[in-house]
Design a protein around this ligand. Sequence first.
Ligand SMILES: [Zn+2]
Length: 135
Amino acid sequence: MLTATLAFQEALHQVIAHAQEKLPVTLHERLARAAALVEAGEVFMDEDGVHAQVRSSDGATWYTPNASCQCKDFQYQAPEGWCAHRLAVALYRRATELMSQSAVAPTDMSPSTFRSPPCPPTRLRASWRLSVAIL
Ligand SMILES: [Zn+2]
């Protein structure tokens, strides 16, 4: 559905912007690649809603970046194991969560909404840290 897609992309952009603030600069290039993977629709959640698969940018290799990832970057270089695939799944999860949160939130477009957002930034930061800790 078109509306769902737009909402997801909006949520995704928020999550990406937030991740850029929170994650160290060493992860920003991977974050950009992760964002590209999510936007290209290469992240697939399993039916259990817990595990995910990511198709690499060459379109031929599949990764299951859950507790660990099969790529060389994860094994040899990625800071704290955050390869682009694991970041892609984290972004996807957070965007989905954000989307379901905003779906139940009232859509109040009055000026006061912009002065005090329904989700305080501190809470968002805390939940981002939490999801990073879980993964
Ligand atoms: Zn990986």
